[in-house]
Design a binder for this molecule. Structure first.
Ligand code: WTA
Length: 627
C-alpha cells in the first residue's frame, strides 16, 4: 500500500462528465432505487417497471420488475433511428492483418440474418445456445442474435478444450452449437471444430452445429448435423429483417460458466433488464464515454469482461469497438501499439498479465508509435502490481491517462469498485465503490476489520447487474455467496482485501480454490479432475504459485496408479492431457510425482500446506493434518 496519489491533470478534470464523486455517491446510497431508476431511464423500454427492486425473497433479488425490454433494443435497434446508424460499431482486425468493419446498420443486418437462421433451426425463447468461437465478429453477431430472439447464449471460451466444452454443453442442455473451423494464434491455425466434434460425441444433446469458415482449414462436417454459417446466411430464410423479441426484464440473457471450489463449473445467470442498466451505466460513468470514442477492450468475449465491456455495455453506449484476434506480440511486440495508432483508440481496457507481458519487451516498441489518441486506460482481472501500473501509466499513457482499475467478477456482471477519471489514484488499488454499492472488509462474524487489516470483501447491497442464480442450483447460489453473512444480507466475493486510511480498497486475491492464471479464472478442482481422468493418475492436487507474467502459474502434485513410476515423458504427457481436456491456459508449469498429499482428517487436500512448502514458508496450523 502506498500513500502517493496520482492526481488527474486539469485537462482530465475539465473533460470529465462527473466532477464530484462524493456527492453523487452519497445520493446513490441514500436513494439507491432512485439512482438506478434514473440510470434505467437513459435506456429504451417497451414497457416501464412497476417496481425498481423486489427484495422480498433475499438473496433472489429482482430488478425493474414488470418491465419489458430486450438488450438488443438498446444495443442496436435504438441506434438505427438516429445518425448513429452510420457510425462504426465494430472494427475488427486479425493477427494477419485482415480488417472487417461494421456500421450499426450493417451490424443489425448481420444479427437479423443470423437470428432468422437460428429460428429456422428451431431455436426458441428460453433455449440455451452454446457458442464456441474465436474472437471474430460472428461471435458478436451470434450473441446478439440469440438475445434478439429471446434465446440465452452460453459462450465457452475458445481456449477451453474438449471436456470443458462438453461439460458446459451438457449442463446447459444445448441443442444448438455455433463454432468455427478455427482461429489463428501466433501465425498458426488453431482448431476448434475437431474439439467441438469430440465434445459433441461426449455430450450428445447437440442436434445442430453451425460452423463459421474462418481459417479455412479442413474440418470434419457431419451431414444433417453440421452446417456452414455462410451457406445458411445465403438462404432466403436469412432475411435481414427480424423483430426483436419482447422480454421480461428478469428473463435470462445469458449463462456464463465460471470456476469455483468444485470440479463442476457454475453456470451464472444474467438477465436482460438489470444487466443492460448496470453494464451501460458502469461503462459510461467509469470510462466517461464520449460519443465518438473508439473503445478497445482487449479481452476475449468468452469471459465476462468480453460480455459486459466488449459487447453489451459499449454497444448500448453507441461506442465504436475495436476487436483484435490474435497474440499481442505477434509478429512483433508492437502489435497492440500499432492498432492503437492505426485506429486512434481512445480507451484501452486490458489486464495486468497483458501489460506485464508487453512490458518485458521494453519501451522501444510502444515508443515507435503515436499513442496520443489514448485518453484513458483500464485494468481488470487481478490486482495490478505497481511496477506494471507505472509502466502502463507512463509509457503507454504518456502520464496523461488515468488508469481505471476495475474490480468485479463474473457474478457481479459489471464494475463494483473502480475510480472515475477524476479520482486521485494509488497504483494497485481499485479505489472506491461504484455508485449504489457499499463495500466492506469484514471478519467471519461480518464485522468490519480495523483500517489496514486484511479481511473478507463483501458487498452490502443488491445491484442491478448481479447474477440472479446458478443455473439449476438456487441452493448453491444462496449458500455460496450469501450463506456466510445471511443475517446481514452481505454478498461474499471470495476475495480478501484491505481498506486504507483514505478509504481506498486494496483487493489482495482469492480466498478459495480459484486461481487467476493470466487473468483467466480456473478452479484447482477442474485441473485436478483433468489430471485424475488420465489412467496413470490416482490422485492430484493443483496450486498456484507466483509467476512473473501470468500472476499465478499452475503447479501440480500427482500420486500415480500403483506400479507406475513418474518420468519426464509422463510429466509431458500429463501436461498435454490437461491442455487437451481443459485448455492450453490450464497447462501446469510443473508436475511433481509424490507418494502422499497433505490432507485433513476428513480427506480434503490441504493446498495451503503444499503452497507453503513450495514457497518455503511456515506451514501454519497443522492440527487437522493427516498425511
Ligand atoms: C479478480 C473478472 C484485483 C478477483 C472480471 C475476482 C481483481 C476475480 C480485479 C473475478 C481487480 C478482477 N483487482 N482483483 N481490478 N478484477 N479481480 O469472474 O479475484 O473472471 O474475484 O471476473 O478476479 O474473476 P472473473
Amino acid at each position: 500500500m502506498t500513500d502517493k496519489f496520482y492526481y488527474p491533470s486539469d485537462e482530465v478534470v475539465t473533460q470529465a462528465s462527473i466532477k464530484d464523486y462524493d456527492s453523487l455517491y452519497q445520493r446513490s446510497i441514500c436513494d439507491r432505487e432512485g439512482f438506478w431508476a434514473e440510470q434505467a431511464n437513459e435506456l429504451g423500454w417497451y414497457q416501464p417497471w412497476t417496481q425498481v427492486l423486489d427484495d422480498s425473497k433475499p438473496p433472489f433479488y429482482k430488478w425493474f420488475v414488470g418491465a419489458k425490454c430486450n438488450i438488443v433494443h438498446n444495443a442496436i435497434d435504438r441506434h438505427l433511428k438516429s445518425a448513429t446508424r452510420n457510425k462504426l460499431a465494430i472494427i475488427w482486425e486479425s493477427e494477419r492483418g485482415a480488417v472487417r468493419t461494421f456500421s450499426y446498420h450493417a451490424l443489425n443486418r448481420e444479427v437479423c440474418q443470423f437470428a432468422n437462421v437460428l429460428k429456422s433451426m428451431g431455436v426458441r425463447k428460453g433455449d440455451i445456445v452454446t457458442l464456441y468461437m474465436p474472437q471474430i465478429p460472428e461471435l458478436v453477431f451470434a450473441m446478439l442474435a440469440c438475445a434478439k430472439i429471446g434465446a440465452a447464449h452460453s459462450v465457452v471460451y475458445g481456449g477451453f478444450s474438449t471436456e470443458a466444452l462438453a461439460a458446459r454443453i451438457e449442463d446447459a442442455n444445448s441443442r444448438v452449437l455455433v463454432t468455427a473451423d478455427g482461429g489463428f494464434r501466433r501465425g498458426k491455425p488453431t482448431d476448434l471444430k475437431t474439439i467441438a466434434n469430440e465434445a459433441m460425441q461426449r455430450s450428445p444433446t447437440i442436434e445442430v452445429c453451425i460452423c463459421v469458415r474462418n481459417n479455412g482449414m479442413d474440418v470434419v462436417m457431419e451431414s444433417e448435423r453440421d452446417f456452414w454459417y455462410h451457406d445458411l446466411q445465403a438462404l432466403p430464410i436469412a432475411s435481414p429483417k427480424c423483430d426483436t423479441e419482447m422480454m421480461d426484464s428478469e428473463d435470462m440473457l445469458f449463462i456464463l460458466y465460471t470456476s469455483g471450489t468444485t470440479g463442476k463449473p457454475k453456470g451464472l445467470i444474467h438477465t436482460h433488464g438489470g444487466y443492460s442498466v448496470y453494464t451501460s451505466t458502469t461503462h459510461r460513468m467509469a470510462f466517461d464515454i464520449k460519443p465518438d470514442d473508439r473503445w478497445w477492450c482487449a479481452a476475449d468475449p468468452g469471459w465476462i469482461t468480453g460480455h459486459s465491456y466488449m459487447v453489451y455495455g459499449p454497444l448500448i453506449n453507441a461506442a465504436t469497438l475495436v476487436m483484435y484476434e490474435g497474440a499481442p506480440n505477434y509478429p512483433y511486440p508492437n502489435r497492440w501499439w500499432q492498432m492503437v495508432e492505426k485506429y486512434g483508440v481512445n480507451i484501452l481496457y486490458t489486464s495486468p498479465t497483458a501489460i506485464r507481458g508487453l512490458m518485458r519487451y521494453g519501451d522501444r516498441w510502444p515508443s515507435r508509435h503515436d499513442l496520443t489518441s489514448l485518453r484513458l486506460l483500464g485494468s481488470v482481472g487481478e490486482p495490478i502490481n505497481p511496477e506494471a501500473w507505472r509502466w502502463f501509466y507512463e509509457v503507454i499513457g504518456g502520464s496523461r491517462c488515468p488508469i481505471i482499475d476495475t474490480w468485479w467478477q463474473t457474478e457481479t456482471g459489471g464494475f463494483m469498485i473502480c475510480p472515475l477519471p477524476i479520482t486521485p489514484l494509488k497504483p494497485g488499488s481499485a479505489t472506491k465503490p461504484f455508485f449504489g454499492n457499499e463495500v466492506g472488509v469484514v471478519d467471519d462474524a461480518g464485522n468490519e476489520v480495523p483500517v489496514g487489516e486484511e479481511g473478507k470483501l463483501v458487498i452490502k447491497n443488491p445491484w442491478p447487474g448481479m447474477a440472479r442464480t446458478i443455473f439449476k442450483d438456487d441452493a448453491r447460489y444462496a449458500e455460496l455467496y450469501w450463506g456466510d453473512y445471511q443475517s446481514k444480507g452481505y454478498y461474499k466475493a471470495g476475495d480478501s482485501a484491505k481498506i486504507d486510511s483514505d478509504g481506498y480498497i486494496w483487493v489482495i486475491g482469492r480466498m478459495d480454490e480459484v486461481l487467476k492464471v493470466s487473468g483467466y479464472r480456473l478452479g484447482t478442482a477442474e485441473i485436478e479432475s483433468a489430471l485424475v481422468s488420465h489412467r496413470a493418475v490416482s490422485e492430484a492436487a493443483a496450486i498456484g504459485l507466483p509467476h512473473e507474467v501470468k500472476g499465478n502459474g499452475i503447479h501440480t502434485y500427482v500420486i500415480l496408479t500403483t506400479g507406475l513410476v513418474g518420468d519426464k515423458a509422463l510429466e509431458s504427457e500429463l501436461k498435454e492431457h490437461v491442455a487437451h481436456e481443459l485448455g492450453r491456459i490450464a497447462t501446469p508449469e510443473t508436475v511433481h510425482f509424490v507418494d502422499s498429499l497433505p490432507k485433513t482428517r476428513s480427506g480434503k487436500i490441504m493446498r495451503r500446506v503444499l503452497r507453503a512448502r513450495a514457497l518455503g514458508l511456515p506451514e501454519g496450523d497443522l492440527s487437522t493434518l493427516e498425511e
